[in-house]
Design a protein around this ligand. Structure first.
Ligand code: AMP
Length: 173
């Protein structure tokens, strides 16, 4: 089944900047069948891990994240770029190639002891997902797993996450 997903991912060279091979999942989203397969692949390994919330990372983690939450029978938490969430937030910064960025979560979105599944479409260097892990832990939650559709293996993101929780990447590149 992942082979069918892989065949649908579109690779675009030099987007958004020169030297980046952008992995585009929109052809998967456009097919009801592939969409169902993708959500199943991203969710099933976590069925017995007592996940209490799925946290999706802005912005493409907002597309499949709520569907994964639905399969797991949990709620969804948005992790957003700084300055977007209206209520009180916690913040974490992470380094980019040039400069840094930060992400936020509502202070009351995660309850102490919540078992959080972190989701994004792609893991590259792992900087964003690591910041999401720190954010969840700062809020008193436990990262119980990571679920990515696509992993850019050369960039070493998965080892960067440490060995604390299971990491699923459906399509390694
Ligand atoms: P990183 O923090 O380096 O793991 O980057 C992850 C974030 O950048 C994710 O939110 C991805 O959506 C996006 N991203 C990084 N590299 C790519 C790529 N080659 N294709 C598509 N999205 C990417």
């Amino acid at each position: 089944m992942p082979a069918r997903l892989r065949a649908a991912v579109r690779t675009i060279a030099d987007f958004p900047e020169k030297g980046i091979l952008f992995r585009d999942m929109t052809p998967i989203l456009a097919s009801s069948e592939l969409l169902r397969i993708a959500v199943r692949e991203l969710s099933e390994p976590f069925r017995d891990l007592n996940i209490t919330r799925v946290a999706g990372i802005e912005s493409r983690g907002f597309i499949l994240g709520p569907m994964i939450a639905d399969v797991l029978g949990t709620g969804f938490i948005p992790i957003r770029k700084a300055g977007k969430l209206p209520a009180q937030t916690l913040n974490e910064s992470y380094d980019l190639e040039y400069g840094s960025d930060s992400i936020e979560v509502h202070t009351d979105a995660i309850r102490p002891g919540d078992r959080i599944l972190i989701h994004d479409d792609v893991i590259a260097t792992g900087g964003t997902a690591s910041a999401a892990r720190r954010l969840v832990e700062k809020a008193g939650g436990i990262v119980a797993g990571y679920s990515f559709l696509i992993e850019i293996q050369d960039l070493g993101g998965v080892p960067h996450l440490g060995s604390g929780a299971p990491v699923l990447s459906v399509l390694p590149y």
